[in-house]
Design a protein around this ligand. Structure first.
Ligand code: NAD
Ligand code: UDP
Length: 317
């Protein structure tokens, strides 16, 4: 085991990324408290851990304070896909902001190290490409994505202020689009939509002309980056670190990758581009590469194949 065993709180632990993080922490020998309100997470994602004496599942909403004795906190609680976070935008802001205050307060009280799952959305629709951590972003503060983008930006400000004012031992990961097994079928994200549609033989829905880009990181790589960042206590450890795969694809290219693997002749159906949809997205990961010795290892073809196998098994039995 690489590090001393810790007692770790994972908020949002029954979600897509959270459940993979719980798996990794348990495999590393830690004790895990998985906290979730099951808004977009599922018990099924962690059911295989329930019998483990080092694992505990807590139903709780991070908008409410909670008293727990832990050494590390990974704060992942927040709906992440546009249709989920826009479903109840005020609740999304409360989750990001009140959730951050409650978890930072907990970390301050017990002297825990705390990592915030921030997002590439803090860069908005960026003019700087690729996006380096020094870029302040271009976010529409009153648009339909603002509940998520501004909530996450405010959480980052809180993390920096709790560190500066109260010496809380904070970490901030700016996560770029991540995909893999256990993504919810109905989360409306492009990877889950395309795979579900292709498996059902339906046309792939492309919003706009499909020339917009994203950089897709496989979940195992992302989890490895989160754990490395939590363990890192070197230079600038409290500054944000981009975590994502720097290989960039248009949505048309992604559609081809999925079609090639499932049904090459499948039709494409164009739909209107949602408001404030970022045109391009690619992380500059030099900081994480130098500080954490971290680089994604799984290419899109390989990661998509594993994700398709998982969807096929869950959807079609
Ligand atoms: P997800 O929706 O699968 O997981 C979020 C989890 O948080 C769910 O289990 C949900 O039930 C829980 N949750 C939501 N509100 C809560 C609340 N008020 N109290 C307690 N639990 C609550 O999404 P994910 O993709 O696993 O994302 C996890 C985190 O990573 C989020 O904070 C998200 O913003 C961040 N992130 C994810 C991506 C990505 O591509 N997946 C990209 C950038 C950032
Ligand atoms: N998108 C698409 N078809 C879909 C779902 C999404 O073309 O069925 C586009 C969406 O407009 C965006 C990109 O894919 O440009 C990524 O969308 P997603 O919701 O996965 O992530 P985000 O926009 O939050 O990066």
């Amino acid at each position: 085991m690489p590090h001393a065993p810790r007692r770790v709180l994972v908020t949002g632990g029954a979600g897509f990324l959270g459940s993979h993080l719980c798996d990794r922490l348990i495999a590393d020998g830690h004790e895990v408290l998985c906290l979730d309100n099951f808004f977009t997470g599922f018990k099924e994602n962690v059911v295989h851990l329930l019998g483990n004496p080092r694992f505990e599942l807590i139903r709780h909403d991070v908008v409410e304070p909670i008293l727990l004795e832990v050494e590390w906190v990974f704060n992942l609680a927040c709906p992440a896909s546009p249709i989920h976070y826009q479903h109840n935008p005020i609740k999304t802001i409360k989750t990001s902001v009140a959730g951050a205050i409650n978890m930072l307060g907990l970390a301050k009280r017990v002297g825990a190290r705390i990592l915030q799952a921030s997002t590439s959305e803090v860069y908005g629709d960026p003019e700087m490409h690729p996006q380096h951590e020094s870029y302040w972003g271009r976010v529409n503060p009153i648009g339909i994505r603002a509940c998520y983008d501004e909530g996450k930006r405010c959480a980052e400000a809180l993390f920096m202020d709790y560190h500066r004012s109260n010496r809380v031992d904070t970490r901030i990961a700016r996560i770029f689009n991540t995909y893999g097994p256990r993504m919810a079928f109905d989360d409306g994200r492009v990877v889950s939509n395309f795979i579900r549609q292709a498996l059902l033989g339906e046309p792939l829905t492309i919003y706009g002309d499909g020339s917009q880009t994203r950089s897709f990181c496989y979940v195992d790589d992302l989890i490895d980056g989160l754990v490395k960042l939590m363990n890192y206590d070197g230079e600038d450890c409290h500054e944000p670190h981009n975590l994502g795969n720097p290989v960039e694809f248009t949505m048309l290219q992604l559609a081809d990758v999925v079609r090639d693997r499932i049904q090459p002749g499948l039709a494409i159906e164009h739909r209107p581009l949602p408001q404030d949809d970022p045109k391009q997205r690619r992380p500059d990961i030099a900081r994480a590469a130098v500080h954490l010795n971290w680089r994604p290892q799984v290419g899109l073809e390989e990661g998509i194949a594993t994700t398709i196998a998982d969807f096929r098994q869950r959807m079609l039995g």
